[in-house]
Design a protein around this ligand. Sequence first.
Ligand SMILES: [Zn+2]
Ligand SMILES: [Zn+2]
Length: 242
Amino acid sequence: MESFQELLKSSADAHGHLCAGQVVGVRMAMLGCRLIELNEPRRRDQIKKLIIYVEMDRCTADAVAHVTGVKLGRRSLKFMDYGIMAATFVHLETGKAFRVLSTEEARDLAAAYAPEIADKYPQQLAAYKRMPDSVLFHVQQVKVKVDDCDLPGPTRFKASCSRCGQVVRDQREVVENGRVLCKPCAQHCYFTDAREITWPDMNWIPGKNENQSKQNKHSETITRGDQRLDRARRSPRPYLCQ
Ligand SMILES: [Zn+2]
Ligand SMILES: [Zn+2]
């Protein structure tokens, strides 16, 4: 693994700014990886051995993901919406798992570790670089049962919603009164009032008609007769889940 300073710099670049959360996140990731004995988590032979559960969607989460290479799209990054500054590092082969929690004491002790800085946030940023891990973090060894349907790799399970027909992957479907439903159809959902729409340049194709006027784009699509384009000419219809 690169040095703390190198990781902090690249993490801040990727995140968009240098902040106390980057310092905590880089250190959290370095400690978590040390504990599960994956010293090069982004290397090809190690990247598939690691899953991290982050418990917050704040700056620290970006740093943890950056340092370790875990990603939502690889299924190696799991977001648990607990609002807690913590992450659990799981080694899939050994089964070892450690939950690293940022301490409240670290905030209280920032002035003691960076007394020459008066402003709160710069003081925290400097102090979090200087504190030992034992002040910055608590660590719990934990057991994590990773279900087959949560593992990286090809989709193992698919079901079709009996109401809207959408394919639901990885056993995220809901069964209600014996019917298989996607979560939106079962109303286990973050949005409401869904209505399918059309939009003015809906037949746009990358690289194909980027320089043409909207008028031309439209006339081209009308000459083509595939099902999707045909559907595009229809008026908006209510989303089936409604
Ligand atoms: Zn930040
Ligand atoms: Zn559905």
